[in-house]
Design a protein around this ligand. Structure first.
Ligand SMILES: *Cc1c(COP(=O)(O)O)cnc(C)c1O
Length: 344
C-alpha cells in the first residue's frame, strides 16, 4: 500500500462521548446527528456506524447524492435530506428510505403527489430555507404525512433575543401542524437547554469537536488530530526569507522543518505566519505562507526532529479558528482527501 505522508486520527470515543453529552443536554429529546458534507469532512459512513452503535437513530444530510453515498441505509435509522426534493431529485427521492425536508411551496406540491412521508422546515427568522408561517397557517401542509416539523436557529451561538423569538415563532407554527415530532436545535441550540430541544435535536459541529458556545467547552472533546511528516530540515540565517512572497524575514538564525501539508489539504493560508505545530507541549510556529502542499515551521525549540518524523498541527478547533480567522466549521469541512483517515 502506498504511503501517505499526512494523517487524520479520529477518536471514536470522543465522538460518542460528545453525542452522549449533547443527548443529555437535550433533556428528554432524541439526539440526532448532522452528517452532511461527509460528516463535516471526517467520513460520514464511519460516523454513522459509531453513532448508530451509541443509540443515535436520526441522521441529516443535505443532498440526495449524500444519501446515495451512504447506501445501503439501515432500515431502522431515519435519514432526512435538508435541501428537500427539487425537480431533478424526484425520480430518486421517491424511491428511497430517506425523507426530504420540504422547504418551499413548490417542494410541498411536488411531494404531496407521492403520498410518501416527509419532514418540513419552517422559517422563523433566518430567511434561508423554509416555508413562511403564513403559508402554513393557510393550509399549505394539509394532507402531508409529516414525520418531523423543524426550524433552524440563526444566532444560537450568541446571547440574543432572536433565539427566544424563534422558539416562540416555532411553537406558534407547530400548534397548527400535525407532525409526529418537532425539532429546532443545532449544536449551539442544544447548549441553550431543554426548552430549545423539543422532540429531536440536530447537532453537527459539536459532535466533531466544535465548541458552539462557551458552556460546551468543558464537555466537548476534540475528535480530529492532524499530523504531517517532515520532508526536510533546513537552517536559515538573519536576512533570509521563507516561502511565497517572502513574508517571513529571519532576524536571526532559525531551524526549520518543511511539512507535507498545505492548503490543498485544508490547512488554509489563514495559518500563514499564524498557525502552530507542536512537539509534545512545545509550540512550533508556522513561518511564511502556507503553500498548496507544504508548510514550514520553526523547530528551534525541538532540535532533534528529523526527516520522516510525524508532527501534529495544533487543530484544537476554537484555538485554530483564532489562529487562522476561519470558522470551526470551515476547519473541519475543508480537510482534504490526501489524509490517511484512521479511527481509533
Ligand atoms: C447543518 C445543520 C445542522 C447542524 O448544525 P451545527 O451547527 O453543525 O450543529 C442542523 N440543522 C440544519 C437545518 C442544518 O443545516
Amino acid at each position: 500500500m502506498v504511503h501517505r505522508p499526512l494523517r487524520l486520527t479520529l477518536d471514536s470515543d470522543a465522538l460518542v462521548s460528545n453525542w452522549h453529552w449533547l443527548a443529555h443536554k437535550g433533556g428528554g429529546a432524541a439526539c440526532g446527528a448532522a452528517v452532511k458534507a461527509n460528516a463535516y469532512g471526517l467520513g460520514a459512513r464511519a460516523v454513522v456506524k459509531r453513532l448508530q452503535d451509541a443509540g443515535c437513530r436520526d441522521f441529516f444530510v443535505s443532498t440526495w447524492a449524500e444519501v446515495e453515498a451512504l447506501e445501503p441505509w439501515p432500515g431502522d435509522l431515519a435519514l432526512s435530506v435538508l435541501h428537500g426534493a427539487g425537480p431533478d431529485d424526484m425520480a430518486v427521492a421517491a424511491t428511497r428510505i430517506a425523507r426530504p425536508v420540504l422547504n418551499s411551496p413548490e417542494q410541498v406540491r411536488r411531494w404531496r403527489e407521492t403520498g410518501r412521508p416527509c419532514d418540513v422546515m419552517v422559517d422563523t427568522g433566518m430567511n434561508r430555507l423554509g416555508l413562511a408561517p403564513a403559508d402554513v397557517a393557510a393550509g399549505l401542509l394539509d394532507g402531508l404525512r409529516i414525520e418531523t416539523l423543524m426550524s433552524h436557529l440563526a444566532c444560537a451561538e450568541e446571547d440574543t433575543d432572536t433565539n427566544e423569538a424563534q422558539r416562540k415563532g416555532f411553537r406558534e407554527v407547530a400548534a397548527k401542524v400535525k407532525a409526529k415530532r418537532l425539532s429546532l436545535s443545532n449544536s449551539a441550540g442544544v447548549c441553550l437547554g431543554p426548552r430549545f430541544a423539543f422532540d429531536l435535536t440536530r447537532p453537527g459541529v459539536a459532535l466533531y469537536g466544535g465548541i458552539p458556545r462557551r458552556e460546551a467547552a468543558p464537555h466537548i472533546r476534540q475528535v480530529a488530530r492532524v499530523e504531517a511528516q517532515i520532508i526536510q530540515r533546513r537552517r536559515i540565517g538573519r536576512g533570509d526569507r521563507v516561502g511565497y512572497g517572502g513574508t517571513f524575514l529571519a532576524e536571526r538564525d532559525h531551524e526549520l522543518a518543511i511539512l507535507n501539508i498545505g492548503y490543498a489539504d485544508g490547512y488554509l493560508r489563514g495559518f500563514s505566519n499564524a498557525g502552530r505545530a507542536k512537539a509534545g507541549d512545545t509550540p512550533l510556529p508556522v513561518v511564511g505562507r502556507v503553500s498548496m502542499d507544504l508548510t514550514a515551521i520553526s523547530v528551534d525549540a525541538a532540535p532533534d526532529l528529523k526527516e520522516g518524523d510525524w508532527i501534529e498541527l495544533d487543530y484544537d478547533l476554537p484555538e485554530a479558528a483564532a489562529q487562522s480567522g476561519l470558522s470551526q466549521y470551515e476547519l473541519l469541512t475543508t480537510l482534504g482527501s490526501r489524509f490517511a483517515r484512521r479511527w481509533t
